[in-house]
Design a protein. Structure first.
Ligand code: SGN
Ligand code: CA
Length: 526
């Protein structure tokens, strides 16, 4: 084997670390990149203590860096994953939306660049890019969105059903790969959990973990969307669109639960979890007898109580919110436990001092803000994504620079001591991790969301966000601009666009938006 690129990597790491305060690691830097699906920063206690404790995820923040201004480029699963792999915006990597996207695996990607630099790479868990993974030494991915229970995986092309709970299994498979990996090469492991994606199905051991908790309603829960047309047009409202049977698991055997405003959806998704497993046969997604028994023991009394109470109006909506939060947070408990398993594995195997651990999500998520679940909007809760990085000898504490998921590829390459190709659009934030100040770091971010018409009916939009302002343009079947002053209106309730006195600011922001569209060569700006 030609050792040159590998040696380059080693030299790069040594050089990179020599500037840090702690002793430079002698071994090359490995990377464990952990990405959840739809994990909101609001439900990570390192970011927000209102909802739940996540001690294992928090440990990464305690021992590393917490990014306080971390964003995505297009708040949706497939597009985010394509941004990660390419370091490019959606219009450049070609994967703009989940519905029609097929990732072009022949293009330059992070795993290919790492592989050429002497790294061994693996991806385990959610993939969601339709075409088969390319450039990884090992891939073991969930099909589509993946199932919570007894999911189907495709392992280097071979389909198999694994019995158990998705988050546990994904970790098992990842750790088994680490056990088998070549010892003479650094590694980069992409560990992509399906959790906590809709419909938020907890592991049996976590059912009921939040039953004593009364989750505070976000202050914008009853938002009337005045001044924001696109905000009103969506179909991701907990009140209107969250389904009692599919989302909140009120699937009783008599099928008597109806979701107001959603006739016809009662059976939607029912089969995801209430399917009888024929004796001795393991069927993807279906629960086995023990899983089903634990599930029923928890949900059956809730269903009975729900029928007795016949809640209406605001009481029903508040009840839906509590159920949503209980399930969602219960799913995160398993994620947190499994992050702890990964950490312990690295510790036991002497890898903590030469492995960077990155924790993030494919985008943020609404936990009832504006009355929403889901993501997609350029509004803060879904535009932002959690980002914690524990790097040996690296920065401890907050990094407030504005970073975006197109930056992950160049950052990982720089940490690996490998060159960053010119055509990558993101910027490496590795200098921040090394505790350095960076002059001329970007002062604005570009965003572009494309998936419409589609589920949840969020209109297509693009926009620019500076440290203080957020300007977005909703287009396609509407033509609406929204402008927010994040300093005076962090919850984005008051659309300033068109208000007297904002003309100069609007002109400035539109100019910046055009500059970014040209810089990133988004055809919509041409
Ligand atoms: C599914 C969900 C949606 C979700 C998308 C995209 N519906 O279609 O609620 O917005 O995934 O999510 S479901 O009925 O299938 O649960 S993403 O994170 O994969 O982009
Ligand atoms: Ca997602």
């Amino acid at each position: 084997m030609d050792k040159t690129p590998f040696l380059m990597a080693l030299t790069g790491v040594a050089a990179a670390c020599s500037s840090g305060k702690e002793a430079a690691p002698e071994k090359p830097l490995n990377v464990v990149y952990i990405m959840c699906d739809d994990h909101s920063y609001q439900t990570i206690s390192a970011y927000d203590r209102r909802f739940m404790e996540t001690p294992n995820i928090d440990r990464l923040a305690d021992e590393g860096a917490r990014f306080t201004n971390s964003f995505v480029a297009n708040s949706l699963s497939g597009p985010s994953r394509a941004c990660l792999l390419t370091g490019k915006h959606s219009h450049k990597n070609g994967f703009t939306n989940n519905e029609h996207g097929i990732f072009d695996g022949s293009q330059q990607t992070l795993p290919k660049l790492l592989g050429a630099g002497g790294y061994q790479t693996a991806i385990v868990g959610k993939w969601h890019l339709v075409s088969d993974p390319t450039g990884f030494d090992y891939w073991d991915i969930l099909t589509g969105q993946g199932d919570y229970y007894n999911p189907v995986f495709i392992r280097n092309g071979e389909r198999l059903v694994r019995e158990g709970y998705s988050t546990d299994i994904t970790t098992d498979v990842a750790l088994q790969w680490l056990d088998r990996r070549a010892q003479d090469k650094p590694f980069c492991l992409f560990l992509h959990y399906k959790a906590p994606h809709r419909s938020w199905m907890p592991d049996g051991q976590d059912l009921g973990a939040f039953d004593d908790k009364e989750f505070p309603l976000p202050s914008t829960f009853w938002d009337d969307y005045a001044t924001r047309e696109a905000a009103a047009l969506q179909e991701m409202s907990i009140l209107k669109d969250m389904n009692l049977v599919y989302d909140l698991k009120l699937a009783d055997r008599e099928n008597e639960i109806h979701t107001p405003g959603n006739p016809g959806l009662e059976n939607y998704g029912r089969d995801l979890y209430r399917r009888n497993l024929p004796e001795g046969e393991l069927v993807p997604g279906r629960m086995n007898a023990a899983q089903q028994a634990a599930w029923d023991a928890y949900y059956d009394p809730i269903i009975r109580q729900f029928k007795r109470d016949s809640l209406q109006g605001k009481e029903l909506y508040a009840w839906k919110y509590q159920r949503y939060m209980r399930d969602y947070c219960s799913v995160i408990r398993s994620v947190d436990r499994n992050v702890g398993r990964v950490y312990e594995y690295l510790k036991e195997n002497g890898l903590l001092d030469n492995t960077v651990i990155i924790y993030t999500s494919d985008q943020g998520f609404f936990m009832g803000e504006h009355g929403y679940f889901d993501k997609r909007f350029m509004y803060e809760e879904s535009f932002r994504t959690p980002l914690l990085v524990r790097m040996p000898g690296g920065k401890k504490g907050d990094i407030d620079a504005m970073v975006q998921n197109i930056d992950y590829a160049p950052t990982i390459l720089e940490l690996a001591g490998l060159p960053v190709p010119e055509d990558i659009q993101g910027e490496s934030f590795a200098p921040f991790l090394k505790g350095k100040k960076v002059k001329d770091w970007r002062k604005s971010l570009y965003y572009h969301y494309y998936e419409f018409p589609a589920e949840h009916s969020v209109r297509r939009h693009y926009g620019v966000r500076t440290e203080r302002y957020s300007l977005m343009h909703f287009y396609n079947d509407i033509d609406e601009w929204e402008l927010f002053d994040l300093k005076t209106d962090p919850q984005q309730l008051h659309n300033l666009y068109g208000e007297p006195g904002t003309e100069k600011l609007t002109r400035k922001l539109k100019k910046e938006l055009r500059r970014l569209q040209q810089l990133y060569e988004d055809p919509i700006g041409q």
